[in-house]
Ligand binder design. Structure first.
Ligand code: NOJ
Ligand code: CA
Length: 600
């Protein structure tokens, strides 16, 4: 009697469980389409994006500056790698105060990079290979050489005056104490009327006045210009900064340490983005990703909540910038890192995360998150590829990641090109920091690490240019770290990325599946599952340069190895005690039997 009773209870529990899973995983049921556990599908959620910094990608004419024909010559390379979307950093006409993030003409291609015909050829070449293109939209500010600004500066009565933000000084000084991110005041006096204009970045980057509806229409027009050419969306530069706090009140000493919290998420940000979406974006099938620093996760989520119809994706910098305080790099722990990753993955149903570890403003992925010593560079770069491509969120790879490019060994300040580093030099030294300390920190945190030219081969100038020099020094390690060697070696970092890209694209569970950190407290091993409709994936990454072990519970036995960055003897996971070598990473998979039951 007792046995019968127990059996009935077990049966009831099992059938509830089964129904539960059936509810979640039967894709064709209408009921499930509404199930909030399943993200809605979109091409930009499934895509892997590759960022090109054109100045440093490939030079085609020997002047030492990367250009569009250079990119065209490498389209087959991108195709071979298998990325779905290219994000091109600014390619517009610019005097290059900040390498193109200061635009003089939004409808013209930078002369050094080529012509509009080159751009069209590149776009067509990408499309032929099934690769989409998103471009940089830099509309928080323009160049001071933009025609709008020249007009605006010429007089108070000029019709373009209100395209920018002008204020009169206070007691013969700047209108308030706001600082520029690139050193000094955020105000510069200019023009015949003695007023000051606002510039959050360099003084050659005056901020546009989004309060002015005419300016907004100009922006929407230039967006349409590029969308009508067939580009597939935008990465939006510092988009959270476009709406200014109109009071223009002085900051207190805490505000001055992190001005981004005053500058970002101004009162009309959502209104402006909704208008942009309604007037422009909603008419095209495109993706948008906003650079959104300076707010809380909740504030960022409001930008990307699909119910708000603003933008699709945002870059949160907490993971990529872990431990950073401006240019200072503090120590950080893997447990903190995991918490930040989880925070991003836990966005609500209406949001979709991004995952990235670097871009053109940050040090190299392997140097910050891996170990770039000769012994561990390769395994750690491969492990970081596993991390990037098995996370829940749209991955963004940065050029050179796929061959494990490293930070540059800067030995003196004159080797830097970056306007941020140069602009802040005086202020940093005035605060009592020695040049040696600043240089040491910049060797970890500086933006130029990511900007040294791509290392294509072991020939002179790393095959980047046929000329004698390049605009920024080439990392001397190009003789051993370059694309040519990577392509020839089937076990290279490049080929590992390529395989992982294939695996991600073939396994929907790695894209849409649930994320669960299964060892959040482990100090060295990052272990998580991704649970999709058909399979569950188990990712185990030893993010340290020493051996370590992980105890798994028995539910993880019988998982099959999919890919690993080091040789693994037993392809079947049948042991709950795992020992992992330094930077060893494994991806396992187990088919969901209940799914098979449903199918039968
Ligand atoms: C963010 C860009 O990524 C960075 O490179 C640039 O300096 C600033 N925005 C200003 O446009
Ligand atoms: Ca060139």
């Amino acid at each position: 009697m007792k046995t019968v009773f127990v059996s009935i209870i077990i049966f009831l529990i099992m059938s509830c469980k089964f129904n539960d899973k059936e509810d979640r995983f039967t894709i064709h049921s209408d009921k499930i389409m509404e199930d909030k556990a399943f993200p809605k599908k979109a091409w930009w959620k499934e895509a892997v994006v590759y960022q090109i910094y054109p100045r440093s990608f490939k030079d085609s004419n020997g002047d030492g500056i990367g250009d569009i024909q250079g990119i065209i010559s490498k389209l087959d390379y991108l195709d071979r790698l298998g990325v779905d979307v290219v994000w091109l950093s600014p390619h517009f006409d610019s005097p290059n105060a900040d390498n193109g993030y200061d635009i003089r003409d939004y409808r013209k291609v930078m002369e050094e990079f080529g012509t509009m015909a080159d751009f069209d050829q590149m776009l067509a070449g990408l499309k032929q290979r099934g690769i989409k293109l998103i471009i940089d939209l830099v509309v928080n500010h323009s160049s001071d050489e933009h025609e709008w600004f020249k007009q605006s500066m010429s007089s108070k009565d000029n019709p373009y005056r209100d395209y920018y933000i002008w204020k009169s000084g206070k007691d013969g000084k700047e209108p308030n104490n706001w600082p520029s991110f690139f050193g000094g005041s955020a105000w510069e006096q200019a023009g015949p009327d003695g007023e000051y204009y606002l510039h959050y970045f360099a003084k050659k980057q005056p901020d546009l006045n989004w309060e002015n509806p005419k300016l907004r229409e100009e922006v929407y027009d230039l967006m349409r210009f590029w969308l009508d050419k067939g580009v597939d969306g935008f990465r939006m530069d510092v988009i959270a900064l476009i709406s200014k706090q109109q009071g223009f009140k002085d900051m207190d000493s805490i505000g001055l340490q992190h001005p981004e919290f005053t500058y970002a998420y101004g009162p009309r940000l959502h209104e402006f983005l909704k208008e942009m979406n309604q007037k422009v974006l909603s008419n095209y099938d495109v993706m948008t990703v906003g650079e959104a620093f300076g707010g809380t996760p909740e504030m960022t989520m409001e930008l990307t909540d699909e119910r708000n119809e603003e933008i699709d994706l945002a870059f949160w910098f907490d993971v990529a910038r872990i431990g950073r305080d401006n240019w200072y790099q503090n120590d950080w722990s893997l447990t903190e890192f995991k918490k930040l990753v989880k925070e991003q993955c836990d966005v609500n149903y209406y949001n979709w995360p991004t995952i990235f570890l670097t871009n053109h403003d940050n040090p190299r992925t392997v140097s910050k998150f891996g170990d770039d010593s000769p012994e561990f560079r390769e395994p750690s770069a491969k492990l970081l590829a596993m991390l990037l491509l098995t996370q829940r969120g749209t991955p963004f790879l940065y050029q050179g990641d796929e061959i494990g490019m490293t930070n540059f060994p800067f030995a003196s300040f004159d080797q830097f090109d970056d306007v941020e580093i140069k602009g802040n030099y005086a202020k940093v030294l005035a605060s009592g920091i020695s040049p040696e300390t600043y240089l040491e920190e910049l060797n970890q945190s500086g933006r130029d690490h990511a900007r040294t030219p791509m290392q294509w081969s072991d020939e002179d100038q790393a095959g980047f240019t046929s000329g004698d020099t390049s605009w920024l020094a080439i990392n001397p390690n190009y003789t051993r770290i370059n694309v040519k060697d990577n392509l020839e070696d089937p076990n290279s970092i490049f080929h590992f990325y390529r395989k992982l890209l294939d695996i991600r694209q073939d396994n929907e569970g790695l894209i849409y599946g649930d994320y669960q950190d299964i060892a959040p407290e482990h100090p060295n091993i990052f272990a998580y599952t991704r649970t999709g409709a058909k399979a569950t994936y188990l990712v185990i990454l030893n993010m340290s340069s020493s051996q370590d072990a992980l105890e798994l519970n028995s539910s993880y036995t019988d998982y099959q190895l999919v890919i690993a960055n080091q040789a693994v003897e037993n392809k079947l996971l049948n042991n709950t005690s795992l020992k992992l070598g330094p930077w060893e990473g494994r991806l396992y998979q187990k088919n969901n039997t209940y799914h098979e039951n449903i199918k039968n």
